[in-house]
Structure formats: C-alpha cells, structure tokens
Write a protein that binds this ligand. Structure first.
Ligand code: SF4
Ligand code: SF4
Length: 446
C-alpha cells in the first residue's frame, strides 16, 4: 500500500498537539519532526508533492519507535506508527534498502540454524574481545553508523542457543490435557536462553505435552522497517509450522512476538485464503503473561483454567537468581516495565501486576511512566543509539525513584535495553523476566 492510499487516515490529524506529551522521542528532542503531528504533516507533504522522496526522509521516518503512545493520547486515534511504517515500505521501494537489512531480513531471520550460527560467531567474538578488534577496524560500521556505539549494550552472549540444547520436538508434560506449542522468539533463542529454559519447564508443568516449535523469526523486525515482502516470507513459514503442530495453544515469552503473531492479518490483508488460517491460529496464541495469569487466577471453563504457573530467566540462573535478591526479612520492592507490545499491542497491564503481587514478601511499587517505551524498540538502539539512550535515561530515572530491588518485564528486547540502562547508571536493581518471578514463587509453594 502506498502512502497516498492512507491520505484519509493521515488527514484525520487536526493538529491539536495532544500527542506531544506522550511521545518519548518528542520529549527527548523537542523536535516537531519527531512527534506524531510532525510525522503526519510530513506524510501529507509527500502525498501532496511538497516533500520529495530522498535520503533526507530517513531520520523523520525511522526515528519513530512505533510505540503507539501517540495513538492512545489522540482523540481521533490516528494510527501514526502504522502510517509511518507503511511509508517506510514505500521509502525502500523508492530510495532503496540497506545491505545490512538484506543480510538480516533475507538471509538470517528466515533460517533459525543460520541465526544460531551467526549468534555463536557473535558470542565468540564478543566474549573473546574479537568484536573490539572489528570495532577498531571500523568493520561494524557496515551495519549502520550507530552499531559500533551500541556494541556495549549486550554484556555477554551465550555460546549455545536455547534450541541448540532443547531441540524442536514434542516433550511430555505433567499436566492433564493441554497440548502446548512453545514459540521461541529470536531474543530468547539466542540471548535469553535461561528464560527459554524456564518457560519450557513451566509449560511442561502445566501441559500434557509441550512442543518446542521449529518457528523462525515472527517477522516483526522486517515489518518495523516496512519490508512487507520479507515479513510475508517469515509469516508464511510460521503459519505452516503452526498448522502442522497438533497443539491447543501457542505460547511465547516475548511480548513483541506475541503481539505481532496476533496481528498477522495485517500482513495478509487482501488475501482471504491466508486470512482464514491466520484467524484460526490467532485464537490459539497467548503471551506468556496472559497464559500464566490464567493459570494462576483461573478463567472461565477452558482447559487452561486447570493449571498452575511458573517459569524463569535471562541473566543467571532463573528463580535461584531471584532467590538471591529477595530479602530474608521484610519486603522486597518490585516494579514493572510494560513492553509497548504488551500494554498497547495486546492490552496486557493488570495481569503482570497481579502475578507479581501474589508473590509472598513482595512489595509492588508502581513506576512512573511504566508504560513508556524504554527506547529498545527492537533494533532501534543499534540504529539510533543516542536517541534511544535519551529515552532510556528517562526510564531509568523513573526506575531509580522507585528504589526497587527488582525490575520485571516480559520482552527480551526490553530486558537487554533496561539491563544496559541499569549498568550504565550504576543501579543495584536486578532485572528479571516475569516468568523467573513466578518460578521463584513456584519454588516457595511447591
Ligand atoms: S493528537 Fe492526534 S490529532 Fe492531535 S496532533 Fe497528535 S496525531 Fe494529530
Ligand atoms: S509511535 Fe511513539 S515514537 Fe512514534 S510518533 Fe507515536 S509516540 Fe512518538
């Protein structure tokens, strides 16, 4: 779809400016070009021929986090993130794709084995210091101007992927009758492998069987860059995997994957034969937060209501790591960061808090602007490092005020960004995936 086809939606902006207060990029820069109103004015200019398609559009088009906060604050609910994303697609057609996009979207993300190999090579380079050599030689610059700066965000990389040790196949569980498919997102597969192990164990406790799916990337990275063609390739591969799996539900512990998998109908708009399968799959999809919430607090009569929760982590050893942070006497202060794709993408907000409040000796303390984007936004920190750090610094400032011992979230990309912010600001707060916390509780009540 071209930008011109969205003219009516773009023209709905009445220029009131209510979006300004909610936009993390505007709050970081103060520039009108970085807020919904400015971005929409630029899109209108493109349609009306007052603005030209050229490289100068890169910043206004690609600095949007896609967080959707502007739409929540807009009376007309103008879907700026979607409109900008659509314009990115036309930008690629008219102005051209970058080589790094081609490498990632066409040659790595559709193939989990290649991704594992690339991650392993990156881990060896990072853990041995070879990436510093590459940085010194300027080799990392081929991936974008900001990658060399962003290289410190991930402290250490595991040398084995989650599915390198837990192969994609069906495993017996301890539950009675629920057959669960586990969709392993790229972040969990190659970085947060402990979180993957924890999810897997938790799902096994709940399900009669757990099938670790041989899925590829959900498609959100190319979609965010407006690369519809490569998004379709990934989505089609995943739909085939879902159709072949004999499962009642499909659970993922990445809120970004969960949100995007539920939105595959956008990818196949206008293709009725695909949409039928998309809708069938959608009914089975669960973010791990909603799945664990249903397991903990019950739901009306479906199979999931009969189960118990749990799961675990990312940095270190899951619930044992939580155990080390929890205070022996008195309350441990816990706060929560809402991933954009959970809170606005799927409407998940109270569930995560209820899960945390149900843990003994936890004092839940709400963080100001908990639902603001952390600046991670997928690969945003790699392509727009300085801007992403401004957004992150604001988030960490709010975290500091809570004096929390533990920060919890449910998206691997947010975890990486927030962990970097905590390190950078020298805070003692530890970060955990929500599943680690429920695993800790499970250990207490087992
Ligand atoms: S709040 Fe909505 S209508 Fe108002 S300026 Fe922002 S995008 Fe336009
Ligand atoms: S989606 Fe987020 S970053 Fe983009 S304009 Fe809206 S509020 Fe700003």
């Amino acid at each position: 779809m071209t930008v011109s086809a969205n003219y009516d939606a773009i023209a709905k902006c009445n220029k009131c400016g209510f979006c300004h207060v909610a936009c993390p990029i505007f709050r970081a820069t103060g520039h009108e070009s970085g807020v919904a109103r400015g971005r929409l004015a630029m899109l209108r200019g493109l349609i009306e021929g007052r603005v030209e398609w050229n490289h100068e559009l890169e910043d206004p088009l690609f600095t949007c986090l896609g967080c959707g906060a502007c739409t929540t604050n807009c009376f007309g609910a103008v879907p700026t993130a979607d409109l900008v994303l659509n314009a990115r697609s036309e930008y690629f057609e008219r102005v051209g794709k970058k080589p790094a996009h081609r490498l990632l979207f066409e040659h790595l993300l559709p193939y989990p084995k290649r991704l594992h190999l690339a991650a392993r090579a990156a881990a060896l380079g990072k853990n041995s210091g070879a990436s510093k050599v590459a940085k010194a030689m300027g080799l990392l610059r081929i991936f974008g101007r900001d990658l060399p700066k962003a290289e410190g965000i991930v402290e250490k990389l595991p040398t084995t992927s989650f599915r390198g040790t837990t192969r994609p196949e069906t495993y017996a569980g301890q539950g009675k009758d629920l057959n669960i498919g586990y969709f392993v997102g790229c972040g969990v597969d190659v970085i947060q492998v402990d979180a993957g192990a924890a999810t897997f164990n938790s799902l096994k406790r709940i399900g009669k069987s757990v099938t670790v799916l041989n899925n590829c990337c959900c498609g959100l990275p190319p979609w965010s860059y407006g690369d519809i063609e490569n998004t379709k390739v990934l989505a089609e591969k995943n739909l085939k995997v879902f159709a072949e799996a004999d499962v009642d539900v499909i659970v993922t512990d990445c809120s970004s994957c969960a949100s995007f998998l539920k939105e595959y109908r956008k990818v196949f708009a206008g293709e009725p034969q695909k949409l039928e399968l998309v809708e069938e799959t959608r009914k089975k999809l669960r973010d791990v937060v909603e799945f664990l919430y249903t397991a903990e607090f019950g739901a009306s009569g479906d199979k999931e209501a009969a189960v118990v929760d749990s799961y675990h982590d990312a940095h270190g050893s899951g619930s044992a790591a939580v155990q080390a942070v929890m205070k022996n006497s008195g309350k441990t202060v816990v706060t929560y960061h809402d991933p954009c794709h959970a809170v606005r993408g799927q409407g998940i907000k109270s569930e995560s808090r209820e899960l945390l409040k149900s843990i003994p000796n936890v004092e839940f303390r709400e963080m100001a602007e908990a639902d603001w984007c952390c600046g991670g936004a997928g690969s945003y920190a790699l392509t727009h490092y300085d801007l992403s750090q401004k957004v992150l610094d604001r988030k960490i400032g709010n975290l500091k005020k809570t004096e929390a011992d533990i920060l919890v979230t449910s998206c691997p990309a947010c975890m990486i960004q927030l962990a970097w912010g905590i390190r950078k600001h020298g805070l003692n707060t530890k970060i955990f995936h929500i599943s680690e916390m429920t695993a800790y509780k499970e250990g207490l009540t087992a």
